[in-house]
Design a binder for this molecule. Structure first.
Ligand SMILES: CC(C)(COP(=O)(O)OP(=O)(O)OC[C@H]1O[C@@H](n2cnc3c(N)ncnc32)[C@H](O)[C@@H]1OP(=O)(O)O)[C@@H](O)C(=O)NCCC(=O)NCCS
Length: 156
C-alpha cells in the first residue's frame, strides 16, 4: 500500500525493515562491494540505534538490495545502499531510495544527505534519475583519499 504517495512494492518486490538475523547478509554485501565496508559491530551498533533504519528488498530469504540511513533531523544521512550484483539494472536501487523517504520522514527527516565517490558513476546515475542534486565536492572525502560529491534529496 503506498504511504504518502510513495509505493513500497515494485515488480513483485517489497521494501521493509531488516531483521536482526539478516545483518550478516548486509555485512557480506558490504564486503563484496565496498573498498571500506562497515564491519559487523558497526552495522549492529547502527541497527540498535533508534535513529537508524536499514530497509531491505528480499528475493525469498536472500537480501538483494538494502538502504541504510541515520536521521539527524532535518537530514537523513545515507550510510549505504547496495544492490546485489545478480539483481542490478532492474530499478531496485531507485526503488529503495525512493521508498525510503517514507521511513525517513516518519523519523523527522526532510531530506536525504550523502557522500558519493566521484568514481561511482553507477550510483551518481541512479541518484540523478531519482532527483538527487550534487551540492558540492569534498576533497579527500573518503578515507582512502578519494574526492566525494555531497548529494541531497529534499523529500517530495
Ligand atoms: C549503484 C547501485 C546501488 C545501483 O543499483 P541498481 O539496482 O543496479 O540500480 P537501478 O537498477 O535502480 O538503476 C537505475 C538507473 O540508474 C542508472 N544506472 C544504474 N547502474 C548503472 C551503471 N552501472 N551504469 C550506468 N548507469 C547506471 C541507469 O540509468 C538505471 O536505469 P536503467 O537500468 O533503466 O538504464 C549498484 O550498482 C551497487 O550496489 N553498487 C555497489 C555499491 C555502491 O556503490 N553503492 C552506492 C554507494 S553507498
Amino acid at each position: 500500500m503506498p504511504k504518502h504517495g510513495v509505493p513500497n512494492r515494485f515488480k513483485g518486490y517489497h521494501v521493509s525493515d531488516v531483521h536482526w538475523w539478516e545483518l550478516a547478509q548486509i555485512v557480506r554485501l558490504e564486503r563484496m562491494v565496498f573498498p571500506e565496508p562497515m564491519p559487523l559491530w558497526g552495522v549492529v551498533r547502527k541497527f540498535l540505534s533508534p535513529r537508524t533504519r536499514y530497509l531491505v528488498v528480499r528475493d525469498g530469504r536472500r537480501l538483494i538490495a538494502y538502504f541504510g540511513f541515520e536521521v539527524m533531523a532535518p537530514y537523513a544521512h545515507v550510510l549505504a545502499n547496495v544492490t546485489h550484483p545478480d539483481y542490478r539494472r532492474q530499478g531496485l536501487a531507485a526503488f529503495v531510495l525512493t521508498a525510503g523517504q517514507v521511513w525517513a520522514r516518519d523519523l523527522g527527516a526532510r531530506a536525504f544527505l550523502g557522500e558519493v565517490r566521484m568514481s561511482n558513476l553507477p550510483q551518481l546515475a541512479v541518484l540523478k534519475g531519482v532527483g538527487w542534486s550534487r551540492l558540492a565536492t569534498i576533497p579527500r572525502g573518503f578515507k582512502n583519499g578519494e574526492d566525494a560529491y555531497l548529494v541531497l534529496k529534499p523529500f517530495d
